[in-house]
Design a protein. Structure first.
Length: 189
């Protein structure tokens, strides 16, 4: 066999092995934020009536959602989706937290948040606060809120934050369960 053919074959084999060994991170299914952006830290009141800062969950993934307890459909469905996705991804709340920030602080007391999470059946962190405390959080995450006669229209994107505290993607609440689960698993890893 010609020495050039042997070298070329060895080179092709080495490149193939190197390509097989390199691990490209899987793509996320939602709208990826590239480069990932730092998530704004904030302090609001949780469902136990205690102060809660986003920095408290640094080191784990976070699915951050804006919603309200009197919502008839989208908010409870979104929280249920996140709970099922976390379970399907075989993640615990200590690996991936679900956080819902109220867009209806007038009615969303800590007690109302606790009752809502029990009703939906999802272990999550519910946050509320004064209008002054919530306004910069809404602004930072680009959340629009439009009160209506019997409802509140609001931005319904889910912000997926990695363990380093960076927003990696936004996810629409209608994204398939398997894709949400895959993205949570990817962000945790």
């Amino acid at each position: 066999m010609d020495l050039r053919v042997i070298r070329r074959t060895a080179c092709i084999c080495a490149l193939t092995l190197a390509a097989c060994g390199s691990k490209t991170p899987p793509a996320l299914h939602g709208m990826q934020i590239s480069p990932p952006q730092p998530a704004m830290n904030f302090t609001l009141t949780d469902q136990s009536g205690k102060p809660f800062s986003l920095s408290q969950v640094q080191g784990r993934a976070v699915a951050l959602y804006f919603g309200f307890t009197h919502c008839a459909d989208v908010c409870p469905q979104t929280l249920a989706l996140l709970g099922k996705a976390r379970a399907e991804a075989h993640l615990t709340p200590s690996q991936a937290s679900i956080v819902m920030i109220s867009v209806d602080p007038r009615r969303d007391s800590p007690a109302a948040l606790r009752k809502f999470f029990r009703k939906v059946g999802v272990q999550a962190i519910g946050l509320t606060g004064t209008a002054a405390a919530l306004a910069p959080v809404y602004r930072s995450y680009g959340v629009a809120i439009v009160p209506q006669k019997h409802d509140i229209a609001h931005t319904d994107a889910i912000f997926v934050i990695d363990p380093r505290g960076r927003i990696r993607e936004t996810v629409p609440p209608e994204m398939p369960l398997k894709d949400v689960a895959a993205d949570l698993r990817t962000v945790v890893e």
